[in-house]
Ligand binder design. Sequence first.
Ligand SMILES: NC(=O)c1ccc[n+]([C@@H]2O[C@H](COP(=O)([O-])OP(=O)(O)OC[C@H]3O[C@@H](n4cnc5c(N)ncnc54)[C@H](O)[C@@H]3O)[C@@H](O)[C@H]2O)c1
Length: 281
Amino acid sequence: MSGLAKGRKAIFITGAASGMGLETARLFAREGWFVGGVDVNEAGLTALEAELGAENCLVQQLDVTDRDAYAAALDRFAGASGGRLDVLYNNAGIGRGGPFADQPWADVLAVVNVNFIGVLTGIHLAIPLLKATPGSLCFTTSSSSATYGMPMIAVYSATKHAVKGLTEALAIELKPHGVRVADVLPALIDTPILPEGAAAAAPKTGVFRAIPPREVAETVWEAYHSDQLHWYVPRELVALDHMATLHPEQTRDAMAAGTLFATIDAQLAAATPLPIGATAG
Ligand SMILES: NC(=O)c1ccc[n+]([C@@H]2O[C@H](COP(=O)([O-])OP(=O)(O)OC[C@H]3O[C@@H](n4cnc5c(N)ncnc54)[C@H](O)[C@@H]3O)[C@@H](O)[C@H]2O)c1
């Protein structure tokens, strides 16, 4: 039992200074885990360390698009955790959008780099640690925008589809090595990534109501204790995934008309809907 973690289970979280990452750090620390928290937001990390206690975490400033820095951060984390990595939670993301034709190219590349290349980097580097840790989970934040491509956040949406596809493929590749791979598809979570006023303007009920980030943290916890592949927050969001798969043209047309979310809510309310299968595994 070497290292600061003293044999405790250990989670490594990107984007740990805010929103879902922060709530996940809090929840796992409360459950007695050792937390590795990385983010570009140094002030947020300092606050996280003060909250959790320096003996319960290792916070490091990291831009997930920097592969060498990511490798160094994982090395330091492994030193503190005694070489174990029970959960890798690749969660850092940015939400720049707008009409694709008008999006500055720098923004397009930044979204791809943070939301997808950052995830690829983290997983690629962490596989040896995950393999060395019995029962480990490789978990990533995808999005409801990975159910059907969403206009005005087209590049963001594409990166989240990429995460979902990567998750499915790696779940098969890594299973023989004892590593589970899963992701979470959140709908509208009340965090600073949202445009100002978006949470307040959201409907008070239905699939796209504003949900506190604590519910995503609880989902990460549940995912660690399960073999389920895709996690939807809220759970009924899976209806949109089914509709997008089974009826892509209808989904496209409803999305274009701005009626998609109301259609899903109406189907769920009428209880005549597309199957809902998001039960805890
Ligand atoms: N909030 C939502 O409605 C929603 C819905 C679906 C998916 N998501 C996804 O959830 C994840 C978490 O976002 P959130 O909603 O908690 O937002 P958030 O802005 O509160 O947290 C994101 C964190 O990622 C960090 N980050 C950004 N770029 C980084 C980089 N290059 N390197 C390291 N850290 C970086 C930010 O500093 C921030 O602390 C993101 O991947 C986001 O795309 C959010």
